[in-house]
Design a protein around this ligand. Structure first.
Ligand code: NAD
Length: 320
C-alpha cells in the first residue's frame, strides 16, 4: 500500500473491519471511525491494543475531526442491508449525503485520496444485464429502497463534484453483494439468513419463486479490489464483484447442501422493488486494476458457514 495513515469510516462494520485488518497487516496506521449503528466494536476487538490502530466513536453526519496526517480515506459508513436501512431510513440518507460531505471535507483538508463505497444498488432493478459502469440504472426515487439507492447516487455525484471543483483525488467503487465472516446472523441479507436457518435446521425462507438472481463475492476478493483501487490513480466508477450468478433458490439449496442440513425450503413474499437480476461486468476492473475475483462460491460459502457455525454455537452455549 502506498498509504501510511488511513481513515476507514464504518470501520467497525462487516466490510470496514476486514479493511482495517488488511491495512494493518500491510503496515498502515488505521483510524476506524464508526457510530456503531449497524457495526460493533466486537468486529475490531482483536485489533484493539495494536499500536497502529485506533477507534474513534463518531457520527459522520456531525462534526468530524482527525488529528495529524491522513493519506487515504475509505468511506464505508452506511447501513447496507435492506433490513438495516429500512429501519434507519433518515440516518441512511444522512450518512450518504452529510456523512459523505464530511468524509470528502476530511480528505480535502488532509490532501488525502478518497474512495467512496458505492453499490450495485445504483443500477436499481437493471434493464441492462450484466451491469457495466456506463449503465445509468433504473431506480424508483420514492420506493422504500430509495433511501439507500438515492443516497449512494447522491454520494457518487458529490464525490465527482469534489474531484472536479476542489481537485480532491477521488475514486468510486460499486460493490456487488459481498459475504463472509462477521456478517450479522440477523442482518436480513440472504446469505446470513440462509446459513443461520440451515445451521439451526429451520426452514430456509426464499423470497418470491427464488428465480431472481444475485452474484456473490467473498469478502477477501472485495477487500483486494477496494485496496487495489485505493492504491491506483483510477477514479472509477468501477464494479467490484463476482460475476458468477446464482438464482436465490440455487443459493439456498447450495448453502443447505454445504452445511449438511436437511432444512426444507419455504417461499415467502418478495420485498417491494427487489431487483430481478444482478451481475457485474468486471472487465473494467480487470483492464484498469488487473483485478478479478479468485475465490469460488463453494470455498467462500464453506468458510462463511464454518464461521457462522462457531458464532451461533457460542451464542447458544449457557454462560458459565
Ligand atoms: P455494515 O452495516 O456492516 O457497516 C456499515 C458501518 O457504518 C457500520 O459499522 C455502522 O455502524 C457504520 N455507520 C453507519 N452510519 C454511520 C454514521 N453516521 N457515522 C459513522 N459510522 C456509521 O455494512 P457493510 O456491509 O460492511 O457495508 C459497508 C459499506 O459498503 C456501505 O457503505 C455499503 O453501502 C457498502 N456496500 C456493501 C455491500 C455488501 O455486500 N456488504 C455491497 C455494496 C456496497
Amino acid at each position: 500500500m502506498r498509504a501510511h495513515r488511513v481513515v476507514v469510516t464504518g470501520g467497525a462494520g462487516f466490510l470496514g473491519s476486514h479493511l482495517c485488518e488488511r491495512l494493518l497487516a500491510e503496515g498502515a496506521t488505521v483510524i476506524c471511525m464508526d457510530n456503531f449503528l449497524t457495526g460493533s466494536p466486537v468486529n475490531v476487538e482483536h485489533l484493539i491494543g495494536r499500536p497502529r490502530f485506533r477507534v474513534i466513536e463518531c457520527d459522520l453526519t456531525g462534526y468530524v475531526h482527525v488529528p495529524g496526517e491522513v493519506d487515504l480515506v475509505l468511506h464505508f459508513a452506511s447501513a447496507a442491508s435492506p433490513t438495516d436501512y429500512l429501519r434507519h431510513p433518515i440516518a441512511t440518507l444522512k450518512v450518504g449525503s452529510l456523512g459523505t460531505l464530511h468524509a470528502l471535507g476530511l480528505a480535502r483538508e488532509k490532501g488525502a485520496r478518497f474512495v467512496l463505497a458505492s453499490t450495485s444498488e445504483v443500477y436499481g432493478d437493471p434493464l441492462e444485464h450484466p451491469q457495466r459502469e456506463t449503465y445509468w440504472g433504473n431506480v424508483n426515487p420514492v420506493g422504500p429502497r430509495s433511501v439507500y439507492d438515492e443516497a449512494k447516487r447522491f454520494a457518487e455525484s458529490l464525490t465527482t463534484a469534489y474531484r472536479q471543483s476542489h481537485g480532491v483525488d477521488t475514486a468510486i467503487v460499486r460493490i456487488f453483494n459481498t459475504y463472509g465472516p462477521r456478517m450479522r446472523p440477523h442482518d436480513g441479507r440472504a446469505i446470513p439468513t440462509f446459513v443461520r436457518q440451515a445451521v439451526h435446521g429451520r426452514p430456509i425462507t426464499v423470497t418470491g419463486d427464488g428465480s431472481q438472481t444475485r452474484s456473490i463475492c467473498y469478502v477477501d476478493d472485495t477487500v483486494q479490489g477496494v485496496l487495489t483501487l485505493a492504491d491506483s490513480d483510477f477514479e472509477g466508477p468501477v464494479n467490484i464483484g463476482n460475476p458468477s450468478e446464482l438464482s436465490m433458490l440455487e443459493l439456498a439449496q447450495t448453502i443447505r447442501d454445504l452445511a449438511g442440513s436437511s432444512s426444507p425450503i419455504e417461499f415467502v413474499d418478495r420485498p417491494v422493488d427487489d431487483p430481478a437480476v444482478r451481475r457485474p461486468d468486471t472487465s473494467l476492473a480487470l483492464a484498469r486494476l488487473g483485478w478479478r475475483p479468485e475465490i469460488d462460491v463453494t470455498t467462500g460459502l464453506l468458510r462463511t458457514i464454518s464461521w457462522f457455525e462457531q458464532e451461533l454455537l457460542e451464542k447458544s452455549r449457557p454462560a458459565s
